[in-house]
Write a protein of this length. Structure first.
Length: 281
């Protein structure tokens, strides 16, 4: 446990707690890590959050690191990717890891953080979408882009991250044939420009994608902007310009939403870094 903790950033107090849990229940942690490897992570459903954290860390050391080494993936990518564990533990008030169903993607080497963004080897399998209106088909391989919290959504950092991903997957996963990078997020709702400042980080990020789907489904936007939904609009916080603008947008009868954006890696006419973002704003 001490070995993996040297490569995974964790809150200091939480680090001490998980080390103690491992020493106390080493056999149980080892057994659960092996079960996760054999049958998936469903065995963690009935466990406490601290046990889940200990199991995931042990899994990372026992199974994930050897997968990285076998492919020659740099240790820096491992450390950056596993940093998400600390973020999700923080979201759980440093009581351990609740969202193990998300972290299992990191542990199984299907998701990697490359600079600002995360990229997931993914097969398009949502049956809620109408694929007649999308440029890819059900079952196609795509790179799913995720935006981890904790850092500014800087445009140049995102461009660098996307370009790094193209090189990374071509080098380490050459057999994963894909054409499209895909991102599904409230950040890509096509009407965001109606309440966001021109040139904002979010609108610049949106300019990197072709928006192929947009809908007024605001649960994610409300959660990300305000933390949670309130019954009374007067109860929403207004301590940032984004919150103030979003609240005025809702008060005027509009509804925020989500969108799906794609980057076509085959038909690009030029490197993404050369795009003139002013054309999109």
């Amino acid at each position: 446990m001490d070995s993996i903790l040297s490569n995974v950033e964790l809150n200091g107090e939480l680090r001490d707690k998980v080390s103690c849990i491992y020493r106390k229940d080493k056999n149980k942690i080892e057994r659960l890590a092996d079960r996760c490897n054999a049958n998936g992570f469903s065995c963690l459903a009935g466990q406490g959050d601290m046990v889940r954290l200990a199991v995931c860390l042990r899994y990372a050391e026992k199974y994930t690191l050897p997968m990285y080494r076998s492919k020659g993936i740099p240790m820096s990518v491992f450390c950056d990717t596993m940093a998400d564990i600390d973020i999700w533990c923080g979201n759980n008030h440093n009581r351990g890891l609740r969202n193990y169903n998300w972290i299992k993607n990191h542990l199984d080497c299907t998701l990697f953080k490359l600079g600002r963004l995360q990229f997931q080897l993914y097969r398009a399998c949502s049956k809620l979408l109408d694929y007649d209106h999308l440029p890819y088909n059900y079952g196609d391989n795509v790179l799913n882009i995720h935006i981890p919290q904790g850092e500014p959504l800087d445009y140049s950092a995102c461009v660098d991250s996307i370009n790094r991903a193209k090189e990374f997957f071509a080098q380490y996963f050459p057999d994963f044939g894909y054409r499209f990078m895909l991102c599904e997020s409230w950040l890509l709702f096509e009407d965001n420009y109606m309440f966001m400042e021109p040139g904002s980080n979010i609108l610049q990020f949106q300019s990197l994608f072709e928006i192929v789907f947009s809908a007024q489904q605001d649960f994610q936007a409300v959660e990300r902007i305000f933390g949670k939904r309130r019954l009374l609009k007067s109860k929403y916080p207004t301590d940032t310009s984004l919150r103030r603008n979003a609240l005025e947008y809702m008060k005027s009868g509009h509804k925020m939403g989500m969108g799906i954006g794609i980057i076509d890696t085959v038909d690009e006419k030029e490197e993404i870094a050369k795009h003139d973002i002013k054309a999109y704003l």
